[in-house]
Design a protein around this ligand. Structure first.
Ligand code: NAD
Length: 473
């Protein structure tokens, strides 16, 4: 990356903001309030590593307090700095507004390379980071609720939960202090896959637009489209598997740290994941060839390019290489503002991060609601629905004199499990939000891209909160 971290991530987000702001007609002062990061907490804390101590640099940024709690993942990466966390926190504000999740935006970052530490050391770092957040009142179910991001997962979220609970005995809603927890620790079924599943729903919806697809010279429908994915972590894995299994997509290349592999016939992601678990990398996987230069994944000829690793991967020096017609931003900020201008000129459609990867925060919202209600979704109504459907089937059988076989009966009379409800809520959210963005796009002839349209949707919603609430004192 570098090149002054690709012209600073936060500046890139602010440039996109400004490009959209002109279409909103909102007063300048209000726009400035929305744009600013409301609270930035930088910390440096010691952790015992091996025989010595290490001072760890970390951050938590709350971008917007227009709604509480604030919400956003925690990233563990050696590239973390204040600029990056501020940019990611800002994106969370807009993302939550777009998908109607009633939170302000936040983000956390710990400047470490997780691969360099043992599980025990990572636990100490995570717990100490949580203690710092508790001390400064930067965490709590009604204050600020972290979640997983790059380099973290449910293991770290469980450590955060336990640390928080140790320090807040008797707080009845304490499980809502963090989301993305293991299901056994008050997490929710369907959270781990949520971001990738949301990416799939968003891309599927866009590909279903006959007019837009015609303009790109593509046939409508996601089935049969070719896809290239950068990053086979949480988001990249679920985006590719769900796109293949539920969408009929062909994933023809995967790029990871150790290289980019290609198979025009389509890569079997499940087998690739097994191979990666055994060997630690993806290069050498059967039936694939390795590109000489890892970063040439950008120029592979395909229908949909999915950056799902880190920000600023497509920048002004490589954007001209893109051959894909559609870019689905599964990662946060994978395209710099400079690169976006090149892509727009080339006629590439970018489905923006603040919409496309919002599935994670959407299901985190469901998890938080579950934690506050202290009950699994579906527990009250599943059997009731099942009994009602069975009664309807029996009545139909009685009236028609025909019998529905046991398999069909079981299928029709099935009551929804928690995971069914979560997926249904996620699909509803992604589809709904897509049409809100598209509506804005179509209503404003001067808006030329989906990112600007998505920003306008977000800014209008956040502005309406500020306008209604006023400023205190
Ligand atoms: P992750 O740590 O699970 O996976 C990231 C993967 O990218 C890793 O496998 C890593 O090896 C790979 N990678 C890193 N640098 C690379 C490079 N230069 N080339 C190729 N591969 C590279 O992280 P994640 O949770 O999947 O997050 C990925 C992106 O999605 C981030 O931008 C994150 O902010 C965003 N995101 C994540 C979530 C979530 O729920 N996890 C939600 C919204 C957005």
């Amino acid at each position: 990356m570098s090149s002054s971290k690709q012209a600073r991530f936060f500046e890139s987000v602010q440039r996109n903001f400004d490009r959209a702001a002109v279409h909103t007609g909102l007063p300048q002062g209000l726009l400035e309030q929305i744009k600013a990061c409301n609270a930035v907490y930088q910390m440096a804390f010691p952790v015992r590593v091996g025989d010595g101590y290490e001072v760890i640099e970390a951050y938590r940024v709350q971008h917007s307090h227009h709604r509480a709690p604030t919400k956003g993942g925690i990233r563990f990466s050696h590239l973390v700095d204040q600029d990056e966390v501020m940019a990611l926190a800002a994106l969370m504000t807009y993302k939550c507004a777009i998908v109607d999740v009633p939170f302000g935006g936040a983000k956390g970052g710990v400047k470490i390379s997780p691969r360099k530490y043992s599980a025990e050391e990572l636990e100490r770092i995570t717990r100490r980071y949580t203690v710092e957040l508790v001390r400064k009142n930067f965490i709590g179910p009604s204050i600020d609720v972290p979640a997983p991001d790059y380099g973290t997962g449910e293991r770290e979220m469980a450590w955060i939960l336990d640390t928080y609970q140790q320090l807040n005995r008797g707080e009845i809603d304490s499980t809502g202090c963090v989301t993305g927890k293991p299901v056994s620790q008050n997490g929710i079924r369907g959270r781990t896959e949520a971001t990738g599943r949301g990416v799939f729903y968003g891309l599927r919806e866009f590909c279903d637009q006959a007019e837009e697809m015609k303009a790109l010279g593509l046939s409508p429908g996601i089935a049969g489209k070719t896809m290239v994915v950068q990053g086979l972590g949480n988001v990249g894995t679920y985006t590719s598997t769900i796109s293949i299994v539920e969408g009929g997509v062909k994933v023809i290349a995967i790029s990871e740290i150790d290289g980019t592999i290609v198979d025009e016939n389509g890569i079997n992601i499940e087998k690739l994941l097994q191979y990666k678990a055994e060997t630690g990398g993806i290069v050498g996987f059967e039936g694939t060839t390795k590109l000489e230069n890892r970063d040439d994944w950008i120029g592979i000829d395909c229908d949909i390019l999915v950056p799902a690793a880190l920000e600023s991967q497509i920048h002004k020096d490589n954007a001209h290489k893109v051959k894909a017609k559609i870019i689905g931003e599964a990662a946060n900020g994978p395209i710099t503002a400079d690169a976006e201008e090149v892509l727009l000129q080339k006629g590439v459609v970018v489905i923006p991060d603040m919409y496309l990867n919002a599935g994670g925060v959407t299901v985190s919202y469901f998890e938080w609601l579950k934690n506050l209600s202290h009950m699994r979704f579906g527990r009250m109504e599943k059997r009731f629905n099942q009994n009602t459907y069975n009664n309807i089937i029996s009545k139909v059988e009685e009236l028609t004199g025909k019998t529905i076989d046991a398999r069909d009966r079981a299928m029709i009379a099935r009551g929804a499990e928690e995971v069914d409800l979560v997926r249904s809520g996620l699909e509803e959210t992604m589809v709904n939000s897509f049409y809100q963005i598209q509506d804005t796009f179509k209503k404003h002839p001067k808006i030329k891209d989906y990112r600007t349209a998505a920003f306008v949707v977000a800014l209008d919603k956040v502005a309406s909160d500020y306008t209604a609430l006023g400023v205190f004192p």
